[in-house]
Design a binder for this molecule. Structure first.
Ligand SMILES: [Zn+2]
Length: 429
């Protein structure tokens, strides 16, 4: 391992001094339950971050995404952008973290909003995805500011809403309002692990297919037309032709995990016929032939595939079913499309963080691409900024699972990498 520079030694020490602070900050963030949906406590967590970052000399702005999907007076979509300028003009480095977390789900052995520290791990919903990363970026910036009094440019830290539901009330809103116009480098501390740089993500296409039928008495189904059977034919055709074809499409993108290095399709949901009667109720369903069935598709695609090709394959399935079933009728509706995004490996933020990882950990980073999208899509498409990566502590596989945790050591290491990256980008050498 090559010898550390005096600046690196000082940054390392400044982060070591802040270990307890980093733990307490992460625990505080976990203890504000920012569940999305519905979008709880965004204002509370923004106020908390406001107090914290104002005390560290940042100018802060609280921004509500009025009119964004999900924004209401009951569940306002609040975001925070904090900025601190250096002594001289220079480039702006922006750390962006989402403040929302997903549903808790079953199977926890710790309190999901307790922030318990056990064996060097902090547990809780959002611990790795991504309150640990947010805390690490704050500690990194504070350590850098304490060690380096004279620097050029600006540091921004944002906490944004709704990433888990598409980011429209968060990063997309900020990007539309021009908040990334004067930003040069973006680091998103999603849980990709301390030695991996995430360059981007696969594309997404969500669509709803509805098959139509005709309602009739369930004892005489021949008098109606069953929409669920039509949907069954669609699923059968997918199994026979589409899934095998997708499994053969591989990508040169360094997607992790290995299984995501190909095109994938998930059937996200399936609804047919009457709404289910809850078990708490005693009533029985009435006998009806379903006149409607709906399926939501989640297709993840590769940089080598076009959106037209992706849509054409689903159309092909429907056309083949149509040719075999005389009364088959359907509608298809696009719900969301996000094109694949991948930052050039030679771009400045990738190169800087890569060197900082080598200098901190003594090993070269691994370059990866995420199977799912994250807020980089909005920074790329709306913000028109390509120089963006995801880099942060935690294990991606733990995200959204029970007993989610983030390791304190990993947070310390990634904070050091972030602080060192700030030094390379904002200090004249
Ligand atoms: Zn996340």
């Amino acid at each position: 391992m090559k010898e550390r520079t005096p600046l690196h030694v000082s940054l390392h020490a400044a982060i070591a001094d802040r270990r307890d602070d980093l733990i307490a900050l992460t625990q505080d963030l976990i203890r504000i339950p920012t569940l999305n949906p519905p979008g709880d406590n965004y204002r509370e967590i923004c106020d908390y971050l406001d107090r914290r970052l104002s005390a560290s000399g940042f100018d802060t702005q609280l921004i509500r995404a009025f009119g964004a999907p999900g924004d209401s007076d009951k569940y306002p979509r609040w975001n925070i952008v904090a900025r601190r300028d250096g002594a001289r003009t220079g480039e702006c480095v922006h750390f962006n973290s989402h403040i929302d977390v997903v549903d808790v789900g079953k199977g926890w052995t710790t309190d999901p909003f307790g922030g318990e520290l056990k064996d060097g791990k902090i547990y809780g919903r959002g611990a790795c995805d991504m309150k640990g990363g947010l805390a690490a970026s704050i500690i990194a910036a504070e350590a850098f500011l304490a060690v380096v009094p004279d620097w050029a440019g600006a540091i921004e830290i944002s906490g944004t809403a709704d990433e888990e539901s598409g980011g429209f009330g968060g990063v997309a809103y900020l990007a539309e309002k021009g908040h990334f116009a004067n930003v040069h480098h973006v680091i998103i501390p999603e849980p990709l692990n301390v030695d991996r740089i995430c360059l981007g993500h696969r594309g997404v296409w969500w669509a709803e297919i509805e098959t139509h039928g005709e309602i009739a008495h369930g004892s005489m189904p021949f008098l109606g037309d069953c929409a669920v059977r039509h949907m069954g034919a669609v699923m059968h055709e997918m199994e026979e032709t589409l899934f095998p074809a997708l499994a053969l499409k591989h990508t040169a993108m360094p997607v992790v995990p290995e299984g995501a290095k190909q095109s994938t399709l998930n059937i996200n949901s399936l609804h047919g016929g009457q709404a289910e009667i809850s078990r708490a109720e005693t009533g029985l369903p009435s006998p009806c032939v379903p006149d409607s069935a709906r399926m939501v598709l989640d297709r993840r695609f590769l940089i080598e595939e076009s959106i037209e090709e992706v849509m054409g394959e689903i159309q092909g399935v429907l056309d083949r079913v149509s040719a075999r079933r005389p009364t088959f009728s359907y509608d298809m509706r696009e719900m969301m499309r996000v094109l694949p995004s991948m930052t050039d490996q030679n771009s400045p933020v990738v190169q800087t963080v890569s060197r900082a990882i080598s200098d901190t950990l003594g090993r070269d980073p691994q370059y990866v691409v995420s199977p799912g999208t994250y807020d980089q899509k909005h920074i790329d498409r709306i913000g028109k900024l390509k120089n963006c990566i995801a880099y942060g502590p935690g294990i991606l596989d733990l995200a959204h699972k029970p007993d989610e945790y983030v390791g304190v050591e990993e947070m310390m290491q990634s904070a050091e990498v972030m602080a060192l990256s700030l030094a390379e980008l904002l200090v004249d050498r």
